[in-house]
Design a protein. Structure first.
Length: 407
């Protein structure tokens, strides 16, 4: 019980910290002209500050520090009150290596926002950070958790697999950051989903990280989506940093000794679950990069072929695009859950997630493009839905905008 109180304390501290620091970060970014300027590839019409990641990181750090204070004093409070309460230590020190990795990626991302670093340099930094975390924390994708009948695997398999997975997830979260609220909304959803898993396994440290992420991202999400004068992008710094957080969820869940083993015996597919939660960013990124390679261009060459570009082209608002992509991801998670509850094997759960995930990303993209050429009823329906997604002049929207813009 007291462990859950610590998780709640961390959430509230992070939420309040970002709420208070956000306007100061906006002012700093505007005065220093640390902004994202519009161009032919980008979707905004005016320069927008890009230090949202700094505000989110501040909330994460304040929340972690507050959780540390709670951990230090909670046993004393319990003893003084003579409470018959079981205290579960959060062990916040164990999460410090990941915070170091997050701070490095935040710095690299800010440098990229300001001076546009080469993709190769960023790629090398991501690999180096992943290797650092593997050897510092001794955590890697070393257990398939019953998928294909495989449990623990050797370091020769787990280390390369972890590097590929972590670097892939970091870049997927970075590349999904194309419309207002999408990357932050997705990370909030993923943090909530993994939070449920870590609660069930009794991993309160990772549960606290999930609560920190949600608490830090919520204020940013509202400003990013509903703000006008207070709008700020999370920037490459923030998206790369949150990529580290998302990849940490996956690696910790799949690693040997994560506590998920007791659910595997019940038919719970840990790997299918993590893949379902990460589905849309990862599958869409793979699709885009494969298409770029087939066209003879660099997989890191920016273009407008992501799912969010497709929704915008269909006439969806940024908010409508964000909701649509989150719903696609939730559908994959629901497909996994239904398969699991029906008693399907872990292997079948994996194949269902792969099939539904590919269908709702690559399949959906191709279907819309074909429908667009033929001007089918489906295409016209999607266009009509897109028109209904514009709430920018709605009274409720404008009222919320005044609140988040500090008016």
């Amino acid at each position: 019980m007291m462990g859950l109180v610590g998780v709640l304390v961390a959430f509230v501290a992070a939420l309040v910290a970002v709420t208070l620091v956000y306007p100061r970060v906006v002012d700093f970014a505007v005065k220093r002209q640390i902004v994202d300027n519009p161009d032919a590839r980008k979707l905004q019409r005016n320069p927008v500050p890009v230090l949202g990641g700094v505000a989110v990181f501040f909330g994460l750090v304040v929340g972690l520090f507050t959780a540390g204070l709670y951990e230090a004093f909670a046993p004393l409070i319990i003893r003084e009150c003579a409470c018959d309460v079981q205290y579960t230590p959060l062990n916040v020190v164990g999460i410090l290596p990941m915070f170091l990795a997050m701070s490095i990626m935040l710095g690299v991302g800010i440098a990229d926002d300001v001076s546009e670093l080469s993709p190769k340099l960023r790629f090398l930094v991501e690999i180096a950070i992943t290797v650092m975390l593997i050897f510092w924390t001794k955590v890697s994708l070393n257990d398939f958790q019953g998928l294909w009948g495989v449990d623990e695997v050797s370091l020769w398999v787990s280390i390369p697999l972890t590097i590929v997975a972590v670097v892939g997830i970091i870049n997927a979260i970075n590349l999904v950051d194309g419309v207002d609220g999408l990357s932050s909304g997705y990370c909030i959803m993923a943090s909530a989903a993994f939070g449920v898993l870590f609660y069930r396994t009794g991993d309160y440290l990772m549960l606290m990280l999930c609560s920190l992420a949600v608490g830090s991202l919520l204020p940013f999400f509202f400003h990013n989506v509903f703000g006008k004068t207070s709008k700020m992008f999370i920037g490459d710094g923030g998206s790369l940093m949150m990529g580290v957080v998302m990849s940490t969820y996956v690696v910790v869940a799949v690693t040997s000794g994560s506590g998920c083993e007791k659910f595997v015996s019940e038919g719970f597919g840990v790997v299918p679950f993590t893949l379902a939660v990460m589905c849309v960013p990862v599958f869409d990124t793979v699709r885009v990069m494969v298409v770029r390679i087939l066209r003879g261009t660099s997989p890191f060459h920016p273009d407008k072929t992501h799912l969010h570009h497709l929704f915008i082209e269909l006439g969806y608002s940024h908010f409508g695009t964000t909701v649509s992509e989150l719903l696609l991801n939730i559908l994959v998670v629901l497909a996994w859950y239904a398969t699991y509850k029906m008693g399907a094997s872990i292997d079948v759960q994996f194949y269902v997630v792969m099939g539904v995930g590919i269908a709702l990303t690559a399949g959906f993209y191709k279907l819309v493009r074909v429908s667009q050429k033929r001007n089918t009823a489906l295409f016209r329906l999607l266009k009509r839905i897109g028109k209904f997604s514009h709430f920018e002049e709605n009274k409720g929207w404008l009222s919320l905008q005044k609140i988040v813009d500090f008016k």
